[in-house]
Design a protein around this ligand. Structure first.
Ligand SMILES: [Fe+2]
Length: 385
């Protein structure tokens, strides 16, 4: 009788433990993403978040059906223990489609000699394609100045030919400021992930608003930048892209920054990089050179401090380098400056806060189509070599 009572007691305890673990595991979920970053010819970074600490991994399926499980480590320690997960995959083949699924192993307890794992989440299989070494065409879409109104983005994306895009560009001011990480998910990451970001990469260009708020200091945490800089370049098909970081709009000493702005020095450092970049072989070999920058760079009167600074310092370098097109944002209206109207011999397309730019470039021309939130064409531009 006594033995039966003990067994019953143990059974109840086990049932309660299983039940409570079940509840805990049921609550372990992927909260945001995935979104692809830093896609190249041989690698990609996949980012997502979970609501509880986890060890992230990615199950990769090659075109021949073979699989590879990838976890990253730093300084001998396998990445994990947080809720923002970033897995870099290297050793891929150019122009190749891979399937992948996320794996998140919950960590219930993390101590020196005691680590308890909880449930394992396995995501559905989706795919991405690595960049080509050579291609005669590139197709991409540009967003900017959405300022957290992600509904506009969602409305437009219903009309965007996602499967035709090689990548997307967010050209700044996707949010008003960044105080809490949650703001960024609501502003655009959740919408991007819902529509395309798990299968098509995006490049995030910093505008002037992304510099504001405490979490702006940690902006790079949510992305993966080549060389860990906000300014960089890459080649895709016939185009070489230069991504510039324009910095804040007002002078560093403006009271709005409370003595915490140092953008002129930063922009001068970036300028040194730009001078080297325009001398590089990829830049000079490209059929077309496209500059993406949030604040437009043109010669004009009565511009804000940043635009005046960029015009005076960057304009002549870009003129000398013979840029084929600049795509900008910031002024919240659509504008197009022919190459003889910018002061620096390149045409400038400025996209508004209520429109989106679809670009296709091949060996003979660049075609840029500006569309509204319903996918209706507002304007079309063609740039020939
Ligand atoms: Fe802006």
């Amino acid at each position: 009788m006594k033995r039966a009572c003990i067994l019953l007691f143990l059974s109840v305890l086990l049932a309660i433990r299983s039940f409570s673990q079940g509840i805990d595991n049921d609550n372990f979920v992927v909260t945001h993403g995935p979104w692809l970053q830093n896609l190249g010819t041989s690698g990609v970074t996949i980012i997502w978040t979970t609501n509880k600490p986890a060890v992230p991994g990615v199950m990769l399926t090659m075109p021949d059906g073979k699989t590879r499980f990838i976890r990253n480590s730093h300084d001998g320690i396998v990445d994990g223990g947080g809720t923002l997960h970033k897995v870099r995959i290297e050793g891929l083949v150019p122009s190749t489609s891979y399937k992948y699924s996320l794996t998140s192993v919950q960590i219930l307890k993390y101590q020196a000699y005691k680590i308890y794992y909880g449930d394992t989440l396995r995501g559905k299989q989706i795919s991405f394609t690595t960049m080509p070494l050579q291609s005669e065409k590139v197709t991409f879409t540009v967003f900017n100045d959405v300022h957290e109104l992600s509904g506009k983005m969602a409305s437009y994306l219903k009309h965007n030919d996602i499967s035709a895009q090689d990548f997307y560009i967010f050209n700044g001011d996707m949010m008003d400021w960044l105080q809490e990480p949650e703001e960024m998910y609501l502003a655009f990451i959740d919408t991007a992930s819902y529509y395309f970001a798990g299968t098509k990469p995006f490049f995030y260009v910093r505008g002037n608003h992304e510099t504001r708020g405490y979490a702006a200091r940690e902006l790079k945490k949510w992305f993966d930048y080549r060389d860990d800089r906000f300014y960089y370049s890459f080649t895709y098909g016939p185009c070489h892209f230069i991504i510039l970081d324009c910095g804040e709009d007002k002078p560093d000493k403006d009271k709005a920054y409370y003595s915490l702005a140092d953008y002129d020095a930063y922009r001068l450092k970036e300028l040194e990089w730009l001078k080297e970049e325009v001398e590089s072989i990829p830049f000079n070999r490209a059929k077309f050179r496209i500059v993406i920058v949030h604040q437009p760079i043109l010669k004009a009167e009565n511009q804000n401090h940043a635009m005046t600074f960029l015009s005076e310092h960057y304009g002549p370098v870009l003129k000398e380098a013979k840029v084929d097109l600049m795509i900008s944002a910031h002024i919240h209206r659509n504008a197009y400056y022919e190459k003889d109207k910018t002061g620096y011999d390149y045409p400038l397309l400025v996209n508004s806060n209520n429109s989106f730019v679809e670009v296709v470039a091949d060996l003979s021309h660049i075609k840029a189509v500006v569309k509204d939130v319903d996918g209706k064409i507002i304007a079309e531009y063609e740039i020939k070599k």
